[in-house]
Design a protein around this ligand. Sequence first.
Ligand SMILES: Cc1cc2nc3c(=O)[nH]c(=O)nc-3n(C[C@H](O)[C@H](O)[C@H](O)COP(=O)(O)OP(=O)(O)OC[C@H]3O[C@@H](n4cnc5c(N)ncnc54)[C@H](O)[C@@H]3O)c2cc1C
Ligand code: SF4
Ligand code: SF4
Ligand code: SF4
Length: 402
Amino acid sequence: MNINSHPVINECTSCQMCSAVCSRNAIAIRLNEDGFYRPYVDEIICTDCGLCTLVCYKYDNDIKVTSSEDVEKIDVYSAQHVSDTLLEKVTSGGVADVLAKELIDQGFVCVGVTYNEDNHRAEHIMASTIRETDAFRGSKYIQSYSVDAFKYLVKNIRTTKFAVFGLPCHIYAINKFLMLRNQRDNCILVDLFCHGCPSMHLWTKYEQDIKRLVGNKKFDDVQFRSKVKGWGTFHVAIGIDGKNAFVSTPRKDEFYSLFFSDMVLNDACSDCLLRSTMEYTDIRLGDFWGKRYLNNKKGVSAVAIVSERGEQVFKAIMDSFKTEKSSMKEVLVKQSYGIVYSPDSTIRKMLLDALKDKDKSLKGIEELYYSKQGFIPNLKRLIKLIDWYLPFNFTNFLKRFA
Ligand SMILES: Cc1cc2nc3c(=O)[nH]c(=O)nc-3n(C[C@H](O)[C@H](O)[C@H](O)COP(=O)(O)OP(=O)(O)OC[C@H]3O[C@@H](n4cnc5c(N)ncnc54)[C@H](O)[C@@H]3O)c2cc1C
Ligand code: SF4
Ligand code: SF4
Ligand code: SF4
C-alpha cells in the first residue's frame, strides 16, 4: 500500500510528508495541473512498505476533533510585541518570530517558511541561528514547498530537537511521524489558524503581473500582508533595491479577491478537519480578529496554548508582549475553525482552468468570478474600493455593525 492506494477518506493537503518519510525516495513532489503540490510515486522503486500512508491525512479515518467543551478550556491570550519596529515586519503581533528565537536559544533547530524569490515560491527551511529565523517573518499566503526541510527532519530526528512552524496540515503530518518514532516529547509544534491555501497558478500569474508593472526586476522583499494600510487589511507589498516598489490596491488585488472567493483553494481546504482541531499542536497562532482590537493598526496575535510544552515556551517570551487574557470563544468568532466551504464546482473548475491558461489575464479571471456573483459580493468589492480612497477606515467602521 502506498499513497496512490484506494479508497481514500480525505483529500490531499499538499503537506509533502509522504515524500519526506520514504527512505527509497520513491515519491517526487510536483505541482499538478491545477497548481497544487502532489506526490508522484515511482511504482518500480516503491516496496509497498506503507510508511507514507501512516503519516497521511488521506487515509486517517480517526482524526481527533477537539470537543467544544475541551476547546473552551484552552488558555488563550492576545499578544502584541512591545517594539513597533518588529510589528512592521510581522503579520500579526509578532509571536511566531519571538517564539522561534527563544526556541533557538533553548537548543532547538527551527523549521519555518521563507519566500524564495529565485524559485518564486514559499519554502520550509531550517534555522539554527537567531538571525536565520528572520526569514520566517510574515505569512506567505500560498502552499510552501516543504519536502527538503521535512526530509532533513526525518533524517536527523534521533539526534536533534526540532521546533516546527506550519499550517495545521503540516503539523498534523509531522506529529504523526514523531509519534511513530517516539520523538514527540523532544519537539515543539506551532501551527496557525488557517483559512486555506490557493492554487500556485494564482500566485504565479499575480507575480508575473507585478513584474511587468515594476520592469521585470528581482524582488528583494515580498510581504503578503503589508501593514501599509494598517493591520487587518490584505495588501501585497514588494521591495526592490531596498525601496517600496509595489503595493496592491483594490484595483490590483486579484490575488486576495480570488483567495477569499474560496473557489481556488486546495481540494482539502474546503472541508479540512485539521484547521478545526487542536489535537496535534502545542501552540496555535493567528490574528486576533474581532471587535476588541478593531482600531488597532499595528497587529495583535491570538495565542492558543494547547500543551504544557507550549505553555512553558510562551511563558518564557511573555514579557516581550502586551498581553490580555481571552478565550477560544472570543477568538473563533472570526476564524474558519469549524467552517466548511462549498464552492460551486462549475465555477471552481472554470476559474482553475482559466488560471492555467497562459493567455487569460488575472483581471479577466477576477471579472469572470464577479460576473457569477450576486449583489452582496459585488457591493463588498465596491466598499473595499471606496475604503482605499477614504481618509478613515470605513470598512472597520462598518465591521462594528457586523
Ligand atoms: C496560508 C495561511 C493562512 C492563514 N490563515 C489564517 C486565518 O484564517 N486566521 C488567522 O488568524 N491567521 C491565519 N494565518 C496566520 C497569520 O497570518 C499569521 O501567520 C499568524 O498570526 C502569525 O503571525 P505573527 O505576527 O505571530 O508572526 P509572523 O512573523 O508573521 O510569522 C509567520 C509564521 O508563519 C509561518 N509561515 C509563513 N508562511 C507560511 C506558509 N505558507 N505555510 C506555513 N507556515 C507559514 C512562518 O514560518 C512563521 O513562523 C494564516 C497564515 C497562512 C500562511
Ligand atoms: S496529504 Fe500529505 S502525506 Fe498525504 S498524499 Fe498528500 S502530500 Fe502526501
Ligand atoms: S510505500 Fe514505502 S517505499 Fe512505497 S512510496 Fe510509500 S514509503 Fe516509499
Ligand atoms: S485549510 Fe489549511 S490546514 Fe487545512 S488543508 Fe488547507 S492549508 Fe492545510
